[in-house]
Design a protein around this ligand. Structure first.
Ligand code: SAH
Length: 360
């Protein structure tokens, strides 16, 4: 079998410029190629009509430009759309498009499966296959843009799909540079959020390289419980995580840390948890998103009732925390947080799932 060609979308803007320069092509050609590939969504190198014909032909002989195919698209009653996307090696991942009043957020994946095995997360239960390439990360945006309604535009991108983004930092950073480049997707850093389970050594390198929002999945206020829910905590316990966050210059009241706290009935939803949370985060510029858990099939966790949730939120709000209850979207199509578990067979075959009540 012929060796597959390298993918042009694996190159970030500086990388593309360099590669072109190395073969004697003027660097400004990179801007034209970025505009075709990303702003216009044209993947056929032969169709890039402002490039000389011989350059088009040369590039087409050397590069491929597509990394993912859409194998299934589901639409929730709330307008959320989930795509199952397949890579060249057959790996499947999921991306979720979430329209809201004033924004349309795309939630994308960075790994096939995830090695972190958080106890309440469907992706974690899958285990880990591999990191996604830069081309596979940005192609999620390309594929999902094709399912937008005419008046829709992707305004925000969150790295909150399958996988731990900071375990795939070089590919993530190249993808972010493509998202932010004015000739490509032209997204401001404040419209991009990277969510981590707390891979402490990679947080500073991320924020030094890219002016994006940081989200941290906290979920527990003691090491004992967090060790169980987020096993990564055994390597980077709460004191190390919060200490590192407090030391970051990139974090300020203008650019707070977004903490995520998945509420699990009877596990982390007591008033004492809320009190400890206030104490832990005191003085750290932060906002808190509380997400009632979306159970997945076989999960032992349950969603707390509205009184417990209100009590929890009330304590935090009275303590001065900026806290929002994240209403889960797309639970009817298993597109909600922690429900992303693409496995080609299941999703194409439409195997009935037991968690249709999963959402908020
Ligand atoms: N690995 C990264 C990003 C992916 S998870 C991280 O951990 O942050 C995105 C968010 O969804 C995380 O906060 C995660 O803890 C949360 N999540 C996972 N499973 C969930 C579930 N079943 N219900 C609600 N939120 C869940």
């Amino acid at each position: 079998m012929a060796q597959a060609l390298p993918n042009l979308k694996d190159l970030d803007p500086p990388g593309l410029r360099e590669r072109l320069a190395a073969s004697g092509v003027a660097p400004y050609r990179a801007e034209q190629i970025l505009a075709w590939l990303y702003a216009r969504g044209v993947e056929d190198l032969h169709a890039m009509t402002d490039l000389a014909l011989d350059l088009r032909e040369r590039l087409a002989g050397q590069w491929q430009t597509r990394a993912l195919e859409t194998v299934a698209l589901q639409r929730s009653i709330d307008g959320t759309r989930k795509a199952v996307l397949r890579a060249a090696d057959g790996a499947v991942i999921e991306s979720v498009l979430i329209p809201d009043e004033d924004r349309t957020t795309l939630c994308i994946s960075t790994q096939v499966g995830c090695p972190l095995a958080c106890s309440f997360c469907a992706t974690g239960a899958l285990g880990f296959t591999r990191n996604l390439t830069t081309a596979e990360i940005v192609d999620q945006v390309c594929r999902m843009r094709e399912v937008l309604a005419p008046e829709e535009r992707i305004t925000n991108v969150v790295f909150m799909g399958m996988g731990e983004p900071l375990l795939n930092l070089p590919a993530l950073l190249r993808a972010i540079r493509i998202l932010m480049h004015p000739r490509a997707f032209d997204l401001a850093g404040r419209r991009i959020t990277v969510s981590t389970a707390g891979l402490v050594p990679q947080i500073r390198p991320l924020l030094e390289a890219a002016p994006v929002n940081l989200a941290v999945s906290l979920h527990a206020t003691t090491d004992e419980l967090r060790d169980e829910l987020v096993p990564l905590n055994r390597h980077f316990p709460l004191a190390a995580l919060l200490g590192e966050l407090r030391s970051l210059e990139a974090i300020s009241p203008r650019r707070p840390v977004f903490f995520e706290y998945t509420l699990l009935a009877g596990v982390n939803d007591a008033p004492e948890d809320a009190e400890r949370l206030l104490a832990l985060l005191r003085g750290l510029p932060s906002k808190l998103n509380v997400i009632p858990v979306n159970p997945y099939p076989g999960s032992v966790y349950r969603t707390p009732g509205p009184e417990t949730t209100d009590r929890f939120l009330g304590i935090l709000a009275r303590g001065g925390m900026t806290v929002t209850l994240r209403r889960s979207r797309g639970a009817d199509i298993d597109a909600a947080c922690g429900q992303l578990a693409a496995s080609g067979e299941q999703d194409q075959g439409g195997t009935p799932r037991a968690d249709k009540d999963g959402g908020g």
